[in-house]
Design a binder for this molecule. Sequence first.
Ligand SMILES: NC(=O)c1ccc[n+]([C@@H]2O[C@H](COP(=O)([O-])OP(=O)(O)OC[C@H]3O[C@@H](n4cnc5c(N)ncnc54)[C@H](OP(=O)(O)O)[C@@H]3O)[C@@H](O)[C@H]2O)c1
Length: 283
Amino acid sequence: MSILIDGKSTAQKCNSILKDSINELVQKGNRHPKLTVIQVGNVPASSLYIRNKMRACERVGILFEHITFEADVTQSELLKTIEQLNHNEIVDGILIQLPLPKHINEDEIISAIAPEKDADGFNPITLGHVMLNTSDIFPGTPKGIVRLLEEYQIPIEGANIVVVGRSNIVGKPVASMLTNKSATVTVCHSKTKNLAEITKRADILIVAIGRANFITKDFVNEKTTIIDVGINKVNDKFCGDVDFENVKDIVHAITPVPGGVGPMTISSLLDNVFKLYTKKIEQ
Ligand SMILES: NC(=O)c1ccc[n+]([C@@H]2O[C@H](COP(=O)([O-])OP(=O)(O)OC[C@H]3O[C@@H](n4cnc5c(N)ncnc54)[C@H](OP(=O)(O)O)[C@@H]3O)[C@@H](O)[C@H]2O)c1
């Protein structure tokens, strides 16, 4: 077995440090940090993700507010709520649980969140700063991936990194962040030709495509570190985008699904809320 990159225990370690930092500030007389999550409709997967975020917040001492709307809420109602939250002094982070119903313009909603309250790090201004390497707020999954690589001392500088998937929330920002850390990054997608030839040359292979067990042993080499972002459900069981069982013994290191990137995404969200909070209480 190669090295198993354990996101669950790494996240627990990060969360425990965060809990102590929050505790210290509260002991000094500061209020608790607060995250407000907006949910539209009641998609079961979204409700599950929100519950996980709520529990994680509670464990570290972040207050959690859950605002719900019916699936037929209007764009202007949502914008009005975001505007109110933007001006609410005791809300440090705002998060819109995605996806939103089709009649809602998602880009406009995400852009409406003030950058100084952008807990998810999806606002175009935040993403611009991520690209320019001038941000301390990063989208949760890319930030979690970088933290995992650092925790396991996988060299990034000079590494040949292949990212499969070019979403705005994972592929593109993680490629920017790793380029800023002096890796040589190749981004692949559904139109990429000869994908396996490219992925086989990777020192680090990050896969975020949403296709169960897509990356087989034909896509990797024995020196590859694999970060599997995918979350897929097959026969009622969760699995990643990588064929874990057949790949795990022939690569250098690999994240499991579940227990890899997922817990790090939530931990990074908590860290974003804490950063937004400390900036406010220091003002
Ligand atoms: N663990 C976590 O915390 C976490 C967080 C976020 C997402 N996820 C999971 O990660 C997966 C990806 O989600 P996402 O939102 O980043 O991506 P997404 O928006 O679903 O887009 C998928 C990306 O994969 C590419 N793709 C699809 N099929 C491909 C193929 N056969 N070969 C190469 N590229 C292919 C697409 O290419 P085109 O651009 O050409 O269409 C697109 O860029 C999903 O399973 C999601 O549930 C997990």
